[in-house]
Design a protein around this ligand. Sequence first.
Ligand code: GLY
Length: 295
Amino acid sequence: MIVLSTWNFGLPANKVAWQIVANNGTALDAVEHGVRHAEADPEVRSVGYGGMPDKDGIVTLDACIMDHYGNCGSVAYVKDIKHPVTLARRVMERTDHIMLVGEGASKFAESQGIMRDYLLTDDARTRWKKWKKTQDFQQVNWENHDTIGMIAMDGAGLFAGACTTSGLAWKMHGRVGDSPIIGSGLFVDGSVGAAVATGHGESIMKMCGSFLVVELMRNGATPMEACKAAARRIASTQPDWKKNQAGFLAMDIHGNVGGFSLRNGFQYAHSENGVHTLIDSEHLLPKEEHEVQST
Ligand code: GLY
């Protein structure tokens, strides 16, 4: 049993997920309930309730979930549902579709007995008003943290993954990033393993990041090699890569894990044998260069 998730808020989320797999629960339940922890926490300003709004002051959430067998569900541009990951799971399990967006997703939530919520917290509104005065574009990056992506293997050796975010702070209204896009923010193939991505969604979407990582593992790469290769793919194809952060996590069927990012600062939570560890990811851009760039 292994649980991996992105950023330091992955640590408490992993603990929730671990309780589930350690008690013979499924990886699917573990990742859903693990990331719900971050969605519910208003201190996590890039996921769920408490997430930063778009440039018009509206919080819109994106999430997806995928199981061992390739079943998946996704929601995007959801304005009023506190746990989009659970809604994504309902799409997966109770519709013939994979992705629902906006008002259609919210109406489906209502049909499932999921209540609408108001997502903009006082803190988020205050930060948005301050931003409005200066209108400095702020990327989802190493200071703001980002998406929670979680992948898990349960006691039966089954994989699942989930990914949920409020996306880029101050994004254009209607913008959707990598997180709800199967193959970009998340990909699971039970015969190979699983991968999840975090960071600048546009950078990840351009190269189908999570799908690439899983396919590299299918072709023999270790999870670490695959995550590194994905970061290198961004660097070799996107001239402005040094301005952006992106990170990848992966796990294979042998229980090997890896994590790698473009820039310094990406951390991920690793849970195995009941031990929960926060790991500083290796990264592509040398730290010295990162420090120069940040000033
Ligand atoms: N990775 C989250 C986003 O770009 O929306």
